[in-house]
Design a protein around this ligand. Sequence first.
Ligand code: SAH
Length: 368
Amino acid sequence: MPKPGELTFTAPPRRSKPPRHLADLTLAERREAVAELGEKPFRAAQLSKHYFGHLSDDPEQWTDMPAATRARLAEALLPSLMTSVRDISCDDGATRKSLWKLFDGTLVEAVLMRYPDRVTMCVSSQAGCGMNCPFCATGQAGLTRNLSTGEIVEQVLAGARALARGEVPGGPGRVSNIVFMGMGEPLANYKAVVGAVRRLIDPSPEGLGISARSVTMSTVGLVPAMYKLAEERIPVTLALSLHAPDDDLRNTLVPVNTRWDVREVLDAAWHYEGVTGRRVSIEYALIKDINDHGWRADLLGRRLKNHNAHVNLIPLNPTPGSKWTASTAERQEEFVRLLTKHGVPVTVRDTRGRDIDGACGQLAAAEV
Ligand code: SAH
């Protein structure tokens, strides 16, 4: 258990790595891997089309290949990365949380949320989290390990396959949006996460072909990584988990603030906005009597106004062992009113999945 305020940036060394998977590789790397198996390089694109384009991980369906080739490619490039432990649903099946066991027994969760006009998948980037925010369940047990690119992509594809097969109420559908808001701090697992983003947005057969604008990267504010992300020139939406406009409070709510303070994270966010043109989303979990004061709404409004940002207020979701609760409806309305007065756009997040411990900050991946 990490001590209060203790941060873990690098994952503990791993005894073994997840098996290499098609989704870890670029198309060029897949061609090489296929050639090493003694197959023609064009099989890489065929295999990629089945996996990403047709969402098929079943070699029986790859009828454009000889049986021996199918078996060889499936064994070498589509190893099983995760097995299903449990799915739980609420909202009449429109919200579904999946618990997965990875090759080494590590547990992670992903959440699928179906809305009338879109399907959003909330994925995990790490098992556990090293950022230790006291109001978030994931941080409380610390960081277990980073996920590989393949392990992140497979969470999305598992959801995509379930939708395509019509297993989610509402008829067959597609994943339209992805949020890196599950377990972990995505920018602390930078390389694997950026690899996953590329696989998800690259057009078929290289990737899943989701629009970059429909992908949201959420961060506690790892400033150097935010600048680096801007340099990738991928127009993903950046969400910054701010939760307090002043350093005194943010140092305790988001302990990484002791490393990079409010001014520095906001500067990095404005830089990101300047480079990508994408409006930045400022995440603010409203916690009763902790960060919901009128003067804090005013200070937040002053810090954000005249910037291309919008505030996403999240009523605090309960987590085990925490005495904090969501703000009252009156305080929340007043907070919205004050931000609006400063000309800052605000939305209140409809938090899905609270009944199944699948909402923001509730993912802890326990087997019981
Ligand atoms: N580590 C990244 C990704 C996790 S995103 C980040 O912090 O941004 C999860 C979002 O839910 C973050 O904005 C997080 O601050 C917020 N959150 C965490 N615990 C919460 C809780 N108990 N109630 C509401 N939101 C919470």
